[in-house]
Write a protein that binds this ligand. Structure first.
Ligand code: C2E
Ligand code: MG
Ligand code: MG
Ligand code: MG
Length: 281
């Protein structure tokens, strides 16, 4: 009898696993179809330059406008895309769309000439030699100056993907800047990063958010150490005025977060930079 019960449990486990695998496969198919069918869009979250007090540019964040479902946030589908080559197609599409959009804004108004755009590139894509060609092609197709593009990668990529290093070197030779996203969530030290092809650290939201004031000293240290090594710093997830004020006092270079703005659809982001960069007087 015990044996029978054991078998039952194995069957249940099998079923759960099978259901999970088929949900995964289903989403993979839907993602591929959605990419071909134009179901993705890019939202843009403003990044504030704390030194000038002006808008620096935007981070491009992908959304899936899934028919019958609505806007699906990236955390719900990026992991599935990352389990296959699909992530490279998706990242490539975002690269093209975001550079095209910002180039269009620049062409429409000289006030937008300096707007930067940051695009997230997954580890799998960064490990693929095609990444350099993809970025080059997006720049050529859009006409966006390379200096206005920032590629965001996570610190684990530098550790886990030996090929990534050379690709980042090549990207920087193009003039593109490299930012380490979610800094602090991995095990990389700033000292290690100083020898890396990296320009900017984005301090993860979990170190900035309220209720974690114990992190303040750590964040202050990261900012000053980063500056010592010639890196600039962006604080992610700034939600309160007091955090912004504190970050200014610590000479943090850039800030991003709901306090300043949520990620916006392209049209609203256009309105946002026009309002922010309108000539005064
Ligand atoms: P990320 O690159 O660290 O992007 C920042 C995330 O934090 C965004 O979530 C943004 O909406 C959210 N955020 C910004 N400010 C605040 C704040 O003040 N409070 C809170 N609670 N959240 C804030 P989102 O758009 O859902 O993206 C999640 C992640 O998905 C991104 O994290 C990035 O890792 C990934 N992702 C997004 N777009 C792409 C893409 O085109 N390609 C790849 N490979 N990954 C992407
Ligand atoms: Mg990012
Ligand atoms: Mg981040
Ligand atoms: Mg993140």
């Amino acid at each position: 009898r015990a044996k029978e019960r054991g078998r039952g449990r194995v069957e249940l486990f099998d079923e759960a696993l099978r259901a999970q695998l088929s949900a995964h496969a289903e989403m993979e198919t839907a993602l591929a179809a959605g990419l071909a069918g134009g179901e993705f869009e890019v939202h843009y979250q403003p990044v504030l330059d704390l030194n000038s007090g002006r808008l620096d540019g935007f981070e491009a964040l992908v959304r899936w406008n899934r028919p019958g479902v609505g806007l699906v946030p990236p955390n719900d589908f990026i992991p599935v895309a990352e389990s296959s080559k699909l992530i490279c197609d998706l990242d490539r599409w975002v690269l093209h769309e975001a550079t095209r959009q910002v180039a269009e804004w620049r062409a429409a108004d000289p006030a937008a000439a300096g707007l930067t755009v940051a695009v997230n590139v997954s580890g799998r894509h960064l490990a693929d030699p095609r990444v350099v060609r993809d970025v080059t092609e997006a720049l050529l197709a859009s006409g966006l100056p390379p200096e206005l593009l920032i590629v965001e990668v996570t610190e684990t990529v530098l550790v886990n993907e030996p090929a990534a290093y050379g690709h980042l070197v090549a990207l920087r030779e193009l003039g593109v800047a490299v930012a380490i996203d979610d800094f602090g969530t991995g095990y990389t030290s700033i000292g290690q990063l100083s020898g890396m092809p990296v320009d900017t650290l984005k301090i993860d939201r979990s170190f900035i958010s309220s209720g974690t004031s114990g992190h303040a000293e750590l964040v202050a240290l990261v900012i000053s150490a980063a500056h010592t090594f010639g890196l600039t710093v962006i604080a992610e997830g700034v939600e309160e005025e007091s955090q912004l004020q504190w970050l200014r006092e610590q000479r943090c270079d850039f800030a991003q977060g709901y306090l300043l703005s949520r990620p916006l659809p392209a049209a609203a982001a256009g309105d946002a930079w026009r309002a922010a960069l309108a000539p005064t007087s």
